[in-house]
Ligand binder design. Sequence first.
Ligand SMILES: Cc1ncc(C[n+]2csc(CCOP(=O)(O)OP(=O)(O)O)c2C)c(N)n1
Ligand SMILES: [Mg+2]
Length: 394
Amino acid sequence: MTKETTPTTKVTSTLTVIPAHAVNIPMFQLLKEDGTVHKGAVLPEVSKELALKMFSTMQFIRLLDERMFAAQRQGRISFYLSSLGEEAASIGSAAAIEFEDMIMSQYREQGALAFRGFTVEDFMNQLFSNERDLGKGRQMPVHYGSAALNFMTISSPLGTQIPQAAGYAYGQKLEGNKNCTLVYFGEGAASEGDFHAGLNMAAVFKAPVIFFCRNNGYAISTPANEQYAGDGIAPRATGYGMKAIRVDGNDIFAVYKATQEARRIALEVGEPVLIEAMSYRMAGHSTSDDPSGYRTKEEEQQWHNKDPMLRFQKWLVAKGWMTEELAAEQMEAHKKAVLEELKKAETIPAPHVDEIITDVYDTPTDLQKEQLAALKEHIRKYPEAYPATAAGVK
Ligand SMILES: Cc1ncc(C[n+]2csc(CCOP(=O)(O)OP(=O)(O)O)c2C)c(N)n1
Ligand SMILES: [Mg+2]
């Protein structure tokens, strides 16, 4: 595949109105819903070791999501956000790139982070905002980040990571290193101006970015068909002069292959690529949401039948790389690990209150020191609201 040059405008005396849906992109799928392979389809080269790692990561995330959703309901953590039904999209794509490639995440891609090596302990320390949290307890639960794992810290405002990824990848290109940036976002976030700014900049500067849109059908309670009138997100790439792939986000092999090809284009051809992974958010948006108010059980059921983890499991069993018994045992082992670490993490103290002003300036300013003193005074004044042990204030 060669680099495409910007087309020149042709002249015509025939009035031409381009149909609104001139671009209609098919969805790339290798594994059918029953776990069998499409006739003639070529699976990506995935070793048994890698396939089992992807599967185990899917199981771990499913279990983590289930347990931490429950932990929020029990009042043990303040907030949680599940990726139920979308595990193949984040894990399949993270598996297809190199460890040194940067990942910029929206917030529902815990699978990518786990695949990179974020441990159950790391997840728990962040979720409980304790003193071992890499972010020093300064963020809401699920706003993970890890410099060691090349995973940029998540920020809540939608879409901010999209132009940041374009800039970061342009930097990678200028430095001449052979790495790219994979940036995740939802179809809802693609309504932000930052989406346009980021994609256009990357296309013009030929930055090695993989823009990975998880189209899960909803932006909280807003269904995708109220979000756009076009054929989803992928055709927008054409307007920016960018290549696009639409893939079945519930088919881990298709996601893997699509991302591998996107990485090849990003680095060998030197162009960004937009991937749209079609999936469904099987859980509520977060622990603050109740989807029964805006969608039916029947609709949800249809997607249960397309479950990405079961689909992959069926393929693994047919291949002889997994058994149903072993899959169940693995799930139990993940559950045990999650529950053990959860119990540990909730007893670890919160970061010391003095940490609140570190890492901002090299030396804290007088104003910061004054504000910290006032905060400590406030904590001392209302001990019933602030357990002294949690803040480290005597
Ligand atoms: C700039 C901005 N506007 C609104 C919100 C509130 N908000 C948080 S998540 C969300 C929905 C995003 O949907 P989508 O991008 O499709 O991701 P999904 O949750 O489906 O994974 C909204 C509106 C926000 N965080 N930031
Ligand atoms: Mg969405």
